[in-house]
Write a protein that binds this ligand. Structure first.
Ligand code: DGJ
Length: 562
């Protein structure tokens, strides 16, 4: 395998030349794309973001001693943590970035990167994290009104006063980061948090009512290929929700644009998802946020937002993986902005990587003794941390190489498809996960097959490493694997609690197939470092990943017989 640094250099130069960047700007993290695949670039190298996200309210120096130990135990390379408008601008025009400074200083000591979450106009639909001078002044910063005229605790996107105030504070934050963070400890910023409105499809107060009757903006018509008209004429039954999504998208985009003018870090939004199989009505889920049905509206409205990133709290395999299919797009790198920290979610790490994800951020990973159960685990303890740590340890040591491979090669991810349901169906049904019983299962239910081109991979779960016993699934469901195509007949395979086997995709006439060579190894400075060859029991029954992940470089071959 060639060194990624050499291979990557021309691309980097091209980006820098194209963007007219100076040498000082060359270190600013960025997102690059190649033929629909993506990478986050940090310090001039692809970077796999293996994060821990804190609980809410961890954004004070007093909470940080409860945060770092978990980051360390997880082997996370990045901490995702809020910065609240209420703490940086408690009085209008007076800014205090002391928390940001403390955070950056401590992160550098721990050699951990930061992603900052800008909790401002919207935090899960509400202005809870806005300063008092904002959230208590409904005249100057009006809230959304329902069709019946009820006022909701969600700020309206239709008022310049709100936008200008939020933007001003955000620009100050970015200016401050630019000044104090030439080391690029902060690598990305989330603009707002789970924007949108619960309880109404849109704002029905006077100002938006007028705008709703006006023609749909030309840009949105161009981007969606629609003929002119007002919102109802163009979008019919979707008009209310699309209108709200467009205006929140424009609001967020203007903030991101202004922030990037000062300091162009990658910026993204996170999404309070609707259940893709059972969506309900806008307002039952957070209307106006970038749910799967309005990603195209958001892409048009918010060109300065680099990624629209799902917050996954569906415990079941079918829904969690469907979300990834929906958000991993040529025009949208997948980044798992949040995912529950309980055991069932861990294995979705493999699906994320298979979808080319830039990163993964389990939520609530700290010792502040809060738990968002039933979304996440009941307690953050060794049992919760270990499976993440097992994966992060392996991928952390090859993060840059993996991110480079992911940018340049095809990848496929798998996770155990049959969920282990506990007696408590309520828990599983939280946020709409579909509970099914695991009884009377066929071995095929625990088998996944993927056509890789010349070869078909088979992934099975819950069988002994020796022998062909049919797969029964792990208890609890915990297996996963990711495969990257390195070249013809050559794959990188990393798995956990799973068996990976290969067979030719086409019919072989007068030929047999075999592993030519299976190397276990690791990466150092972009180079593959060989450790040993897997053979005999380790390959006779497929590649069995039992107690911990292994990194295997697999060469497949066919040979002729008479
Ligand atoms: C999603 C939000 O983005 C988080 O800040 C948090 O509130 C979780 N939901 C629930 O714990």
């Amino acid at each position: 395998m060639r060194r990624f640094t050499l291979r990557y250099l021309p691309l980097l130069l091209l980006i820098l030349v194209a963007s007219g960047a100076t040498h000082a700007a060359s270190n600013i993290p960025s997102i690059v794309q190649e033929r629909g695949r993506h990478a986050l670039v940090v310090d001039g190298k692809p970077f796999l973001l293996l994060a821990a996200q804190t609980n809410n309210s961890a954004n004070y120096p007093a909470a940080l001693p409860d945060v770092w130990p978990v980051v360390e135990q997880m082997h996370a390379n990045t901490l995702v943590i809020p910065v609240a408008w209420e703490q940086v601008e408690p009085r209008e025009g007076e800014f205090d970035f002391s928390f940001v400074d403390t955070l950056i200083e401590q992160a550098r000591e721990k050699q951990v990167r930061l992603v900052l979450l800008w909790f401002a106009t919207w935090k899960n639909n509400a202005p809870h994290y806005a300063p008092s001078w904002v959230k208590l002044d409904n005249q100057r910063f009006p809230r959304v009104k329902t069709e019946k005229g009820e006022t909701l605790n969600s700020l309206s996107p239709h008022h310049r006063s709100t936008l200008e105030a939020d933007k001003k504070a955000f620009v100050q934050l970015m200016r401050h980061l630019k000044k104090v963070d030439r080391q690029r400890t902060v690598i990305m910023v989330q603009v707002e948090n789970e924007v949108g409105t619960y309880g109404s499809a849109r704002d029905y107060s006077e100002t938006p009512q007028k705008i709703f009757q006006q023609p749909v903006p030309q840009k949105l018509l161009n981007d969606t290929g629609k003929a002119p008209g007002n919102w109802t004429e163009v979008f019919g039954k979707d008009a209310d929700e699309f209108f709200h999504a467009w205006h929140i998208g424009r609001f967020v985009d203007e903030i991101a644009e202004a922030g990037k003018e000062v300091y162009p870090l990658p910026m993204y939004v996170n999404v309070a998802l609707r259940n893709p199989f059972n969506p309900g009505k806008p307002g039952q889920y957070s209307s106006g946020g970038a749910t799967d049905n309005v990603i195209h509206i958001w892409k048009s409205a918010a060109p300065h937002i680099d990624m629209i990133s799902p917050d996954i709290y569906f415990r079941d395999h079918k829904t969690a993986t469907r979300v990834m299919d929906l958000y991993a797009r040529d025009d949208n790198p997948l980044y798992i902005a949040e995912i529950g920290n309980d055991q069932p979610y861990v294995r979705y790490f493999f699906d994320a990587l298979g979808h080319g994800a830039l990163g993964f951020a389990p939520f609530g990973m700290d010792n502040t003794k809060y738990s968002n159960y039933p979304l996440g685990a009941e307690t953050v303890d060794e049992k919760v941390i270990k499976p993440f740590a097992d994966l992060y340890r392996v991928f952390g040591s090859m993060g840059s190489e993996w991110a480079d491979i992911s940018l340049n090669h095809r990848t496929w991810g798998f996770s155990e498809p049959v969920d282990t349901y506990v007696a408590d169906k309520e828990l599983w049904n939280a946020r709409g996960s579909e509970a099914e019983e695991k009884e009377q299962r066929d071995p095929e239910d625990f088998t996944q097959r993927q056509d890789l081109g010349d070869w078909t991979a088979e992934i099975t779960y819950g069988r002994p490493a020796f022998w062909i016993d049919p797969p029964k699934g792990n208890d609890p469901a915990s297996g996963g694997a990711v495969i990257a195509e390195l070249g013809k007949n050559e794959y990188l395979v990393i798995g956990y609690h799973a068996r990976v086997s290969f067979a030719p995709s086409r019919e072989l006439q007068g030929e047999q197939f075999t592993f030519d060579r299976v190397e276990e190894g690791h990466f150092e400075d972009g180079e593959w470092v060989f450790e040993r060859v897997w053979n005999g029991d380790q390959t006779d029954w497929g590649l069995n990943f039992i107690y911990r992940p292994h990194v295997l470089r697999v060469k497949l071959a066919t040979y002729k017989i008479d």
